[in-house]
Ligand binder design. Structure first.
Ligand code: BES
Ligand code: MN
Ligand code: ZN
Length: 486
């Protein structure tokens, strides 16, 4: 969706006009038909509520949409404005209209408020129709352009910032939406390289031979059952002078069959999005570079495919991780932690970061705990946890904190190796986090976000259609904005 800015409105080119209205205060200057129509349809202007009316002006019919932005003094004002923009996209995306004029002047919006509406519209207007060759006309996306009319000065810079975020979320969604025969470790890397061109991001990749010489036996153990070559993708943004970087690590299992501990067939296709953590990290790096963040940020994606095969790892295998610690692989379906542990060791050795945050679709147990409303966050540092929780609130990618403790940690002790890769049935998300914590060095502030319930949606949400939500990208971007650049 393209966003254009104009001083005045031209009814010859755009018949569809939108105004953003606050709750319980219909503007007095609305055309009578629209005003009475809105009143008689119980339109109150709640966030995301929409009313459409028609009136005649200068011999032409104007289609006027009122999008509710909630109470003007609400604490979640920017989220409400995003919802208003999103409601417009959802309604007109396949309506046949190709352009929508957003009357920013009549809506009385500031530059930042206008950018929020546009961000909501842009995000909700994203669809991945790449493989749908037989869409009927009325199913095809028609809305291609939003013309912002009479926006206050500064809207273009505010929008440039939001657009960088939108592009990041879109990359995340694209990576998550693509099928697993198209996105596998090497093609994930290639897609990122393509999108990062000209952004100032630098990309480095460790292949399996390099990972083997570094001793990443856990990551490689997962990858060994696949004909696809595993990759460690390393993306760097240097916008912050000489300070140690903040590092984000993503689980990128491009398909998780479970391996020899094979998953049941029903719903296995969902495991194409088991790279959602890596997708969030990859998209966030694009956002961070796009808005030229004043910080040093590294994004690392551990990319593998978890397949059953004659060469696949077996339950009972013992692998030696890069840290030197050994792991008894009880269940080959608990592969995410095996990928992450080596990636976590490597980033600490390579970058000596003060802060490391990982993102992973790590456990089904997290979906049992929190459903699809919050990601779970675990942290060895209260200040870091607080910052992530507030970034969650600010971005709409909400988090909820879970505990870590020695009692949970001992549940993954193994009689034959340093640890096993699964604990008992209870507290499955926590024992997974305890496993990761065993790879964190003293003095490093670390958090783990289990986002299994968040990267894919069965129904449309505030600013996404069903499918890939893009969760995590804005969370990382907000965290960097408020707590690293801050
Ligand atoms: N990728 C899955 C977790 C998952 C499940 C994410 C459903 C999203 C939706 C992970 O690799 C996995 O299989 N975890 C196992 C761990 C168990 C074997 C200890 C799980 O959650 O069942
Ligand atoms: Mn698994
Ligand atoms: Zn997995």
């Amino acid at each position: 969706m393209n966003i254009l800015f104009r001083d005045s409105h031209d009814t010859n080119t755009t018949r569809l006009i939108a105004r953003i209205v606050a709750q319980d205060s219909l503007p007095a200057d609305l055309p009578r038909a629209v005003k009475e129509g809105a009143e008689s349809s119980r339109f109150s202007g709640k966030a995301g509520q929409l009313f459409e009316g028609f009136y005649e002006a200068d011999g032409a019919v104007v289609r006027l949409a009122l999008a509710g932005a909630g109470k003007a003094d609400a604490a979640d004002r920017s989220a409400a404005l995003e919802k208003a923009g999103a409601a417009l996209s959802a309604k007109y995306l396949t309506s046949g209209e190709t352009a929508l004029a957003l009357d920013a002047a009549a809506s009385g919006l500031s530059a930042e408020e206008t950018a929020s509406v546009l961000l909501g519209a842009r995000l909700r207007g994203w669809r991945w129709d790449e493989y749908r060759t037989k869409l009927r006309d009325e199913q095809k996306k028609s809305l291609a352009e939003i013309v912002v009319v009479g926006a206050p000065s500064g809207t273009d810079t505010a929008w440039a910032d939001s657009e960088a975020v939108a592009k990041g979320v879109e990359l995340t969604r694209e990576l998550v939406s693509e099928p697993p025969n198209i996105i596998y470790p090497e093609s994930f890397v290639a897609r990122c390289r393509e999108r990062y061109e000209g952004t100032g991001l630098t990309v480095r990749v460790l292949d399996e031979a390099e990972m083997a010489s570094l001793g990443m036996g856990a990551l490689l153990g997962v990858s060994q059952g696949s004909v696809r070559e595993g990759q460690l993708l390393v993306v760097e943004w240097k916008g912050g002078g000489n300070e140690a970087p903040t590092v984000f690590v993503g689980k990128g299992v491009t398909f998780d069959t479970g391996g020899i501990s094979l998953k049941p067939p029903a719903g296995m296709e969902d495991m194409k999005w088991d790279m959602g953590g890596a997708g969030a990290v990859a998209g966030a790096m694009l956002a961070i570079a796009g808005r030229k963040a004043k910080a040093n940020i590294v994004g690392v994606c551990g990319l593998v495919e978890n397949m059953p095969d004659g060469n696949a790892q077996r339950p009972g295998d013992i692998v030696t991780t890069m840290s030197g610690q050994t792991v008894e692989v009880i269940n080959t379906d608990a592969e995410g932690r095996l990928v992450l542990c080596d990636a976590l060791t490597w980033v600490q050795q390579e970058f000596s970061p003060k802060t490391v945050v990982d993102f992973a679709t790590l456990t089904g147990a997290m979906i049992i705990s929190l459903g699809n409303e919050h990601g779970g966050v675990f942290a060895n540092d209260d200040a870091l946890a607080e910052k992530l929780l507030s970034a969650g609130k600010a971005s709409g990618d909400k988090l909820w904190r879970f505990p870590l403790s020695p009692e949970y940690d001992k549940l993954i002790d193994s009689p034959i190796a340093d640890m096993k890769n699964v604990g008992p049935r209870g507290a499955g998300s926590i024992t997974a986090a305890q496993f990761l914590q065993r790879y964190i060095e003293d003095g490093v502030a670390w958090a783990h976000c289990d986002i299994a319930g968040m990267v894919w949606a069965d129904k449309p949400g505030a600013t996404w259609d069903k499918g890939a939500t893009g969760y995590g990208t804005r969370l990382i971007d907000s965290f960097v904005r408020d707590s690293v650049e801050g």
